[in-house]
Design a protein around this ligand. Structure first.
Ligand code: MF3
Ligand code: CO
Length: 383
């Protein structure tokens, strides 16, 4: 049944919002006139938001690009490596109105008011909340796998973004990155020297690239977060080792998780594995708590020797997501204010999972069925 977008409870009738119809926003059906009236105050914000989006799109699409598709606003930028953006970005993708949206989705500046209010405390979730987190994290993993299946030379990150968007909608989920602090797309795709927060664009992947897909969903009022780095076709041995070591470091840190472990020990563990290889551990971006908020406390760092406070308690949920650079740890940002790149232009890899601490150890929520027991990750046996 298609639900009424007003009460989000009763079945929708053929009563469509006339303004949405005029603006070309699909699927705005209500159950009855009374419900339409009652929800008008909140619903009309959708109109204002969609109109501001259309304006932003028009300016993004019409803003100049050079012969290679590099936006003129970035001309003169000192690129740190070989990778370049390729504009114009595609038009902003629409999430149908029956899908429940996080607060920032309809904020014109993408501001996250809920995070600003309540992100400072380590929270213990109750069993209903934990069940909701299990579900959204399972869906998040499904979407990551669905996108990853399309990685090959020639596919653009914008095409992968379109797949992400569709796969989220199929699962009644909102793609958490979309409009989060004004992020313009539904997934972060970071290629080669891009460390994180790459914006999907028109650049085709080429053989030898490494690509990170960072997928986050909002479903049932909760966020899930997972990412992985993949080789495109055949990659150099050096790059394969960077990916493998980053994966190993992430897995070892996850394997330690249980009640009583210090959050700062995550970084100590990761450093012990990647330091001998001479890699750089990114310091500016950290892991994070995740629940009804996309990002909240704790914020465990991925490098050693930190004073990160707190220890793990049953019912807490957070990510582990080290960004490991083939060279120096320092970074720079492209002039889109999002794309983080390595300062020396060498490649960077990352893996991420969302973890729940339990009485006896932990669960890897983004890998359904995986539990942590006695310092080991026990994955479910595949049928
Ligand atoms: N998914 C990222 C993380 O792992 C956050 C992306 S924020 C966005 O925390 F706005 F870029 F999507
Ligand atoms: Co994350």
């Amino acid at each position: 049944m298609t639900k009424c977008i007003g009460c989000k409870d009763k079945e929708a009738s053929r009563l469509e919002c006339p303004t949405c119809k005029k603006l070309g926003i699909p699927g705005s059906f209500f159950c009855e006139q009374e419900c339409f009236k009652k929800n008008w105050g909140t619903h009309k914000q959708v109109h204002a938001f969609m109109q501001s989006l259309a304006a932003a799109n028009a300016s993004a699409v019409s803003s100049g690009v050079d012969a290679k598709g590099i936006p003129t606003s970035m001309s003169g930028f000192k690129w740190t490596g070989p990778t370049r953006p390729k504009y114009p970005l595609s038009a902003t993708r629409v999430v149908p109105p029956h899908i429940v949206r996080p607060d920032y989705a309809d904020h014109p500046q993408g501001e996250c008011i809920s995070e600003a209010r309540g992100a400072h405390r380590n929270r213990v979730l109750n069993s209903t909340e934990i069940e909701a987190m299990r579900k959204v994290c399972r869906l998040t993993r499904e979407v990551l796998d669905a996108i990853a299946a399309h990685i090959r030379p020639g596919v653009t990150s914008d095409e992968l973004d379109a797949i992400c968007h569709e796969e989220c909608i199929k699962r009644d989920s909102y793609p958490s990155p979309l409009n989060y602090r004004c992020f313009p797309k539904s997934v972060c795709i970071s290629v080669n020297e891009v460390i994180c927060h790459g914006i999907p664009d028109q650049r085709p992947l080429v053989e030898g690239d490494i690509v990170n897909l960072d997928v986050s969903l909002y479903h049932g009022g909760f966020h899930g977060d997972v990412n992985a780095t993949y080789p495109v076709g055949q990659v150099s041995e050096e790059d394969a080792t960077l990916i493998a070591t980053t994966k190993e470091a992430t897995e070892s840190a996850i394997a330690m998780c249980k009640p009583g472990v210090l959050y700062r020990d995550i970084g100590n563990k990761i450093e012990s594995i990647v330091k001998p290889k001479g890699y750089g551990i990114v310091r500016q971006y950290t892991a994070h708590g995740i629940n009804q908020l996309f990002h909240c406390a704790p914020y465990p760092v991925h490098y050693g020797g930190s004073k990160t406070p707190g220890k793990m308690e049953a019912g807490q949920i957070f990510t582990i997501e080290p960004m490991i650079n083939g060279g120096v740890a320092s970074l720079d940002h492209w002039r889109d204010n999002w794309t983080a790149v390595t300062k020396d232009g060498k490649k960077s890899a990352q893996f991420e999972e969302t973890i729940l601490i339990t009485e006896t150890g932990a669960e890897v929520l983004t890998r359904p069925g995986s539990v942590i027991k006695d310092g080991r990750i026990v994955d479910p046996v595949k049928a």
